[in-house]
Design a protein around this ligand. Structure first.
Ligand SMILES: [Zn+2]
Length: 206
């Protein structure tokens, strides 16, 4: 009964509700949720309002880029609209955050495609739930010459890369996979810049 979580019931109802909502966020444990809630309790009304508005703004103004499916407030997104990017190269990632990881390496100047997940029979996620159809459609015009499968180096990520690769190879595209060296079972999002840059540079035919 000494779990910090158990004290939640003794907090005033609105505070308990806030703690509960914060606890739903990824990476926020019971203790963290309490700390955040009491921090917000001490914040000025303006500060609290700014945070609440930022959250609502994201929901209202952010959509998916019609080209790469990345989250964006302009369509096409800034990367797709950038004339300096190499349009013959598309890096396929699982999540929008993976784009930030690849961008941090400064070693990639092509475009992206976000799948919004990976194939996972265990969780009932098949290719039809991912942005695979959108990928195949955008490759039709022949501008793209190489697709780099930068899905996570875990079971689901490998299965996703293999599945999509099978569809792409008959199109006469070069299909590559990030080189080994990324921690197996890991997440692209958390890979350090150098390791990810090297994996990109040494990518191999799928
Ligand atoms: Zn885009």
């Amino acid at each position: 009964m000494n779990e910090p979580w158990s004290f939640q019931g003794r907090a005033a109802a609105p505070v308990a509700r806030l703690i509960e909502e914060l606890h739903r966020l990824p990476g926020v444990g019971p203790k963290g949720a309490q700390r955040l809630a009491y921090h917000l309790l001490r914040a000025t009304k303006e500060e609290a309002q700014a945070l609440a508005e930022a959250i609502l703004d994201v929901k209202e103004r952010i959509t998916l880029c019609s080209v790469c499916q990345n989250v964006t407030d302009v369509d096409p997104c800034v990367i797709c609209a950038d004339p300096g990017r190499d349009r013959s190269l598309v890096c396929v990632v699982e999540e929008p955050l993976d784009i930030l990881a690849v961008e941090r390496t400064r070693g990639f100047h092509g475009l992206y495609h976000v799948l919004h997940g990976s194939i996972s029979p265990m969780e009932g996620v098949g290719p039809e739930q991912l942005k695979v159809r959108e990928l195949l459609e955008r490759l039709r015009d022949g501008v793209v010459k190489e697709v780099i499968m930068a899905t996570n180096p875990n079971l689901e990520g490998e299965a996703t890369a293999m599945y999509i690769g099978r569809y792409l190879q008959p199109l006469g595209l070069r299909v590559t996979r990030l080189a080994r060296g990324l921690p197996v079972g890991g997440d692209i999002e958390y890979a350090d810049d150098q390791t990810l840059a090297r994996a990109l540079e040494n990518r191999q035919e799928l």
